[in-house]
Design a protein around this ligand. Structure first.
Ligand code: AMP
Length: 190
């Protein structure tokens, strides 16, 4: 079972992915976490992406596709992947489909966490100081949100056409959202 958690920055994708890892035999594949690990390690890749990430812009498709490709065998062995923050562009979504097809696998479900921009800004405003992430500040967050709206949200029709998209209200408590995701996973496509 392969699942995509889809939604704007700070919608709760990472939190919900971790809940699913705890309750199901699946691996969380977060390109954001992989890139932050690359930065922390001081690698060439980390040095190339740190400025882009700090500004809130998207790194190149080739970089994140490669990071995901490296981790697919491990996720497959574990019983499936929860894609968190990937794909973010149509090119990434198409590459993911190609890579999974080549492995005799596929995306089973795309769960969209629905949270509107105004509510998101209000929700994260108080957290910037504590987060410790260099891209968690009002300026970068605005860029991340516009990257989502301009480059990532247009992917939704791709998954609607594949009849894989389910929508979940992302504004409730962590428990309420987790329950809604579990209900979606138990549904006809889950
Ligand atoms: P995230 O932790 O998912 O919010 O990602 C943090 C940052 O990493 C993003 O603002 C981008 O700069 C970069 N990033 C993570 N995943 C991707 C992706 N799939 N495509 C392009 N950039 C990404």
């Amino acid at each position: 079972m392969n699942l995509i958690l889809f939604g704007p920055p700070a919608a709760g994708k990472g939190t919900q992915a971790k809940r699913l890892v705890d309750t199901r035999k699946m691996v969380q594949l977060s390109t954001g976490d992989m890139l932050r690990a690359a930065i922390a390690s001081g690698s060439d890749l980390g040095q190339r992406v740190s400025g882009i990430m700090e500004r809130g812009e998207l790194v190149s498709d080739a970089i994140v596709i490669e990071l995901i490709a490296e981790r697919l065998p491990e996720a497959e062995a574990a019983g499936g992947a929860i894609f968190d923050g990937f794909p973010r562009t149509l090119a990434q979504a198409e590459a993911l489909d190609r890579m999974l097809t080549a492995r005799g696998s596929r995306i089973d479900l795309v769960v969209r966490l629905k949270v509107d921009d105004q509510a998101l800004m209000a929700r994260v405003a108080g957290r910037f100081a504590q987060s410790g992430r260099p891209d968690d500040n009002p300026e970068s967050f605005k860029v991340r949100l516009s990257a989502y709206n301009a480059q990532t949200a247009p992917l939704l029709p791709y998954y609607v056409d594949q009849k894989k998209l389910v929508e979940v209200d992302g504004m409730g408590s962590v428990d309420a959202v987790a329950a809604a995701i579990n209900a979606a996973l138990a549904g006809p496509r889950g």
